[in-house]
Structure formats: C-alpha cells, structure tokens
Design a protein around this ligand. Structure first.
Ligand SMILES: *[C@@H]1O[C@H](CO)[C@@H](O)[C@H](O)[C@H]1NC(C)=O
Length: 228
C-alpha cells in the first residue's frame, strides 16, 4: 500500500508517469473517495428500463471497480399492491408477466444477499431477454448462465417470500417518490440533469462524479465503446 504510493510518487517525478496509470489496483490505498452511489428504480418490462440496464448500467458497472461505483436496483416502478388474506397482490403497468419479472428480480437480489456483483449479470440477462409472456423462459436461461439457482428462485416464487420481498421494494419505491421509470438517483439526488446525463452516457457521468483517482476505464475518451 505505502510501497505502491511511494513507487508511484517516484515514477511520477522521475519518469513523468501519472499516479493514476500505476495504481489501478491499489484501490483502497490510493484514495479515500467514496464510491458514487447509484440507485435505479425500474420495472421489469419498461422498454427504457431495459435499454438503460443493458446499454448503460450493466456495461458501466462491469467496467468500473466497486470503489468507484456502488449500484443498487429496486424492481417495482409503478406497480400497485393490495393485501388480501395476509398476502400481497400486485398489478403491474405491463401486465402480470411484469409482476412476475419484478418478483424474480426481488428473489434474485435476496438470493445474492443484495450484492450487485452477484445479481447484476443475471438481471442484465433478464432485461436483455425479457419479452411478454416469457419471464420463466428467461429465468431458466439466465439463471443457468449466471450462477443463480433456478430452483431457489422458483421456490421463492411459489411460496409467499417473493411477494413479501416485492412488497419491500414497493415500500422503498414509495419513499423515493418516483415520477417515471427508469428513475435514477445518484448520491441521494434525483434531478432532470442527473437523469439526462446518466441516460445519455453513464460511464462519463460516473467518471466525472467520482472524486478519487480515475480508474483506467475512465480514461481515453473511449466511453462510446461502452454505449455501443
Ligand atoms: C451503496 O449504496 C447503498 C444504497 O444507497 C448504501 O446503503 C450503501 O451503504 C452503499 N455502499 C457503499 C460501500 O457506499
């Protein structure tokens, strides 16, 4: 840690190499900057949510280390809920299949102890393959490909755990007072400017927001390759 810093400083002076070039892996040691916090409120089948997740959020998330970007997702959006006989029932903007997709996502979050590194590949796969009426087919494909137990998710769907988990997402979403989806909150803030910047080019937006040493993924202005 100190050694890295020392060597970096030496090379900066002697060879003109920047500290950022050298210390990519000395993550905690080179900076005390907080990661940029991003919370995404979405619903499984909204087209712009799918686009944002698959073309912006997931590529950016995979390109940046966790010291730079901290992602949280909340799959609920504009669903509605009511309680009958102690069980939550949901109605979703894009139909019951979307409710199923939201519950699958909620179960996957719980199943991975809410660790984005473990659930994001699965969620990205679900959003990339989701079409009306095929959530269970997508689950089958995406679970196997992303180290998520399909059996575990299926059990979560069948008993009332899944509905209870989605109810928690409902409460979190209500607190956020969203006006549309995808609804993006960065460092606790949602503004039109934040939303537009995040949707237009999440990678460069997060790089600009991050106050610590820029990771290699932020350099070179090659962010367009992430979007495409
Ligand atoms: C990541 O974000 C969540 C939700 O905003 C927050 O509770 C958590 O403390 C953050 N983690 C880090 C390491 O900043």
């Amino acid at each position: 840690m100190m050694a890295c810093r020392g060597i970096a400083a030496l090379l900066v002076c002697v060879v003109g190499v920047t500290a950022a070039d050298l210390c990519l892996d000395c993550q905690e040691d080179t900076t005390t900057a907080e990661p940029v916090d991003l919370v995404l409120y979405y619903e499984a089948m909204c087209p712009y949510c799918r686009t944002f997740i698959t073309t912006q959020l997931y590529p950016t998330f995979t390109a940046l280390p966790s010291r730079v970007l901290n992602v949280t997702i909340v799959p609920y959006g504009f669903a509605r809920e009511r309680q009958g006989n102690g069980i939550w029932e949901f109605t979703c903007q894009h139909g019951s299949e979307e409710c199923l997709g939201n519950i699958i996502a909620s179960c996957a979050l719980k199943h991975t102890s809410y660790k984005a590194r473990d659930y994001m590949p699965f969620i990205n796969c679900m959003e990339a393959s989701t079409v009306h009426g095929h959530e269970l087919t997508a689950l089958h494909k995406c679970a196997a490909a992303n180290k998520i137990s399909e059996a575990h998710i299926s059990t979560c769907l069948k008993n009332k755990d899944g509905k209870e988990l989605l109810h928690q997402m409902a409460l979190t979403t209500q607190r956020a007072k969203i006006h549309y989806v995808p609804w993006i909150v960065v460092n606790g803030q949602h503004t039109t400017s934040i939303q537009n910047s995040a949707q237009a080019g999440l990678m460069s937006f997060i790089c600009k927001k991050y106050t610590g040493l820029q990771p290699s993924a932020c350099k070179g202005g090659s962010h367009a390759s992430v979007i495409g």
